[in-house]
Write a protein of this length. Sequence first.
Length: 379
Amino acid sequence: MRKLFNPFPITGYHGPAYFCDREAEFNRLRDAVRNGRNLTLVARRRLGKTSLLHHFEALASKDKPSWKVIYVDLIKTHSLRGLYELITRTLFTEKRKSSIIPNLNLLARFRMTIGIDPITQLPQASFDLRDDQVPQSLHHLFDWIKDQDHMVIIFDEFQQILSYPEKDVEPLLRSEMERLPDVRFIFSGSDQQLLQEMFSHARRPFYQSTEGMTLQAIDPDSYRNFIDGWFRKSKREISTEAIDYVLAVTEGETLAVQRLCNALFESGLPHVTAPLAQETLVRVLDQQQVNYERLRAIIDPHSNAFKALRAIARLGTVEELTGKEMIKESGIFNASSISKAVKSLYRYGVISQVIAPSGKLGYRVDDALFRIWLKDLPD
């Protein structure tokens, strides 16, 4: 493990989800791959899903025999062509320890050329294909992948394919993947409803094609030991009350815990108390103020969408959009207006559908710190 000056960095993949109490989840990923099973990993945003996947990617390459792990983040794609180009570019241009060196004939078959960026000196790819040639090119690509040994392909935010303008993307990808019995696939995403529908509905192409796995928030006791341990290693103390405050106010959301602990550690004080944690939260929110104000300006603070956003933040997870609590908190009395406002918030990406403690679907503001900021805004 690489030593960092601040053990709670807020960039990269070195946070609690990387080290703290994720051994069971990592082992499950590894065991599925080793035993010939594909897997679907579902988690609401900011719980450390991507960190876990990158941790798996790093360690699987050191396994014996080593696996070639290809991580593809589909949130960056908006069409089948974009998916094809991203997979191909990831395979042939990213730097990796066990690099794949394609020959010119193979590149021509994929309608791709590789050059060197004159500024970064890194490989860059360009493609020369029409949209109607994408399915055949994708078929050729999977033909090549089929012949590779010990390959794992991770599709993060896999539900993104549902937004593609092309029809029948699901059955196309499913049929291609069925031709690759020796390649392992890990599908992951943060939209719990869409992924459940894709993999659990009997009439969908990916029905029962994978083992399901849901990433939960890190156990509070493990988190307490983790945070306390890092402060002790640095010859400093953090009170139990301070840790409990951090976990309570962030609701155990990995990124928010990490950001707040980063600021507490940065203070350099030998003793961290609950009042200091409270003061630090105010300072962290002040640092994020510009970003939050920008979002508020985009959404329009006088709109129904913003009223609904603030109401969801204050209520936590909202199961009944037209329930009494939501109507009272938002001040929106028309059911269709609430539904329209929530749909626009969903498009902005500031809320998501999650599985509520009751087991029902609900809506929730993704960012714990943003939720706190919204709660404190005056009406």
